[in-house]
Design a protein around this ligand. Structure first.
Ligand code: CDP
Length: 220
């Protein structure tokens, strides 16, 4: 049982869950866990160390050795600010490839649960409701069409001054969706009891309000 209330927000790549989850956390004064950032960190660190993404056991052993810290919205690895370095498409694909290994997933469980602190937590990812926080007071599955998600990701990358091509992004996210949904370990699924929020035609603000409303109803 979680000691503090948890809102679990899962969904496919570029569904807007990160933006919505961090805004919900801010409104409630809750902590925020971006679990995908942890998988991306493992991707970056293992690439630096030349570990093959197919080598589950070696990747699993690497996780406890990683010195990860968070300061506001920045992420540090061995003291180095890697906030932007982990956001590339290449690292996203690598993260998705190594996230299939049960050794990697189980090595990250304790770290993810340690984010559940007073007064509460909003956690986003793929298996927040199904595996990491099965007792979450509210479980949300946030989604949008592949075309809407590719366009959002495109705008995000361009806004950061990174180069991007819409058709490649669409292809990459479909590949990532297929892998995240079909893997044996903690596949991306709509967890039992989760509320589905389709955001293709919703503004961020509307999605945030919907989640806050659901949380109010769930916590009375
Ligand atoms: O930003 P985007 O939604 O594309 O991905 P992310 O949330 O940063 O996660 C990167 C990759 O890590 C995903 O494609 C998943 O394969 C994996 N992941 C996971 O398996 N479980 C989680 N709880 C979070 C991410």
């Amino acid at each position: 049982m979680n000691s503090f209330p948890v809102i679990a927000i899962d969904g496919p790549t570029a569904s807007g869950k990160g933006t919505v989850a961090s805004l919900v956390a801010e409104k409630l004064g809750f902590h925020y866990l971006d679990s995908g950032a942890l998988y991306r960190l493992v991707a970056l660190a293992s690439e630096k160390q030349g570990i093959d993404v197919k080598n589950g056991p070696e990747l699993g052993l690497l996780v406890p050795k990683l010195l990860i810290s968070f300061k506001n919205s920045q992420i540090f690895f061995n003291g180095e600010d890697v906030t932007d370095a982990i956001r590339t498409e290449n690292i996203g694909l690598r993260a998705s490839a190594l996230a299939v290994h049960p050794e990697v997933r189980s090595a990250l469980v304790g770290l993810q649960r340690s984010f559940c602190q007073s007064p509460g937590l909003v956690a986003d990812g793929r298996d927040m409701a199904s595996v990491i926080f099965p007792d979450a007071v509210l479980k949300v599955f946030l989604t949008a069409t592949a075309a809407a998600r590719a366009e959002r990701r495109y705008k995000q990358l361009i806004a950061k001054g990174l180069s991007a091509k819409l058709e490649y992004l669409l292809h990459d996210l479909q590949e990532r969706d297929a892998r995240d949904s079909s893997r044996g370990a903690a596949p991306l699924v709509v967890a039992e009891g989760a509320k589905v929020l389709e955001t293709s035609d919703l503004l961020i603000d509307q999605a945030v309000k919907t989640v806050l409303g659901w949380y109010q109803s769930a916590s009375v």
